[in-house]
Ligand binder design. Structure first.
Ligand code: SF4
Length: 237
């Protein structure tokens, strides 16, 4: 299965060069992999744009409810479901796994060390992600190259060997202005925290607003060394 999907991915790389827009590529993917395309949303500005781009396409949507999200993120989830009239599949950490981790380490052990933080991200995000992607062939994301130094040379279409899935990042090369203009132009619901200096919004205890001139990722796990700041959801080759 992995080999045949990987072969499909290699063929697709040539085909999408001929496609003119993200919308054309999304259509091609939903035709080629009918029922096999899924989009992960965290209700960020970027993810709201993509939810709009795929609203009439056969793409399932899911979100990872880590149990530590901001109240404003839950509000955006409610508003998004009402606006698009689409179900958003919710995935949660495994009850036994999180129970054992919190019992042994306390609720906020992610501040103690990178290892503890990564363990928490594994349990609350990475493991549920693997369940969410199971059975799908294409994973659509809202990643943008501006958001992280290691995304600068990332391709728009890539093979994820860890999850054995094709990944497509429709707005990888959009600027912040393009994204916010799109949200405004289509009157999309958005997370109120974006207006308070939050750029990349994750779990409440691990996200802060950034100041003017700070790096986009400065607000995530701000107590850690900058080059350790990935949560394991997106691993690039
Ligand atoms: Fe845990 Fe923080 Fe990672 Fe959320 S972002 S899963 S609270 S370490």
């Amino acid at each position: 299965m992995e080999n045949s999907l990987k072969n499909e991915f290699e063929k697709l790389q040539e085909e999408i060069l001929e496609q003119s827009s993200e919308q054309d590529i999304l259509q091609l993917l939903t035709k080629r992999f009918a029922g096999g395309v899924i989009f992960s949303t965290s209700f960020s500005y970027e993810d709201q744009v993509i939810t709009h781009l795929i609203k009439n396409l056969n793409v399932d949507i899911f979100t990872l409810d880590t149990g530590r999200l901001f109240e404003q993120t839950y509000e955006t989830w409610t508003n998004t479901k009402a606006f698009f009239k689409k179900n958003i599949k919710a995935y949660y950490p495994d009850t036994e796994e999180i129970k054992q981790f919190v019992t042994e380490n306390g609720p906020d052990s992610f501040y103690q060390s990178v290892e503890q933080r990564k363990k928490c991200c594994d349990i609350r995000k990475v493991h549920p992600l693997k369940k969410a992607l199971k059975g799908y062939q294409v994973w659509v994301t809202g990643l943008r190259s501006e958001h992280s130094a290691n995304r600068q040379n990332m391709p728009q279409l890539e093979w994820d060997p860890d999850n054995e899935i094709i990944k497509f990042h429709p707005i990888l090369h959009w600027t912040s202005e393009q994204v916010t203009d799109y949200v405004k132009a289509h009157h999309l619901p958005y997370n109120a925290l974006h207006k308070k200096g939050f750029v990349s919004i994750g779990c409440a205890p691990c996200t802060r607003a950034i100041k003017e001139g700070e790096d986009f990722r400065a607000g995530r796990w701000w107590w850690e060394d900058a080059n350790k700041k990935e949560c394991g959801l997106h691993i690039h080759q």
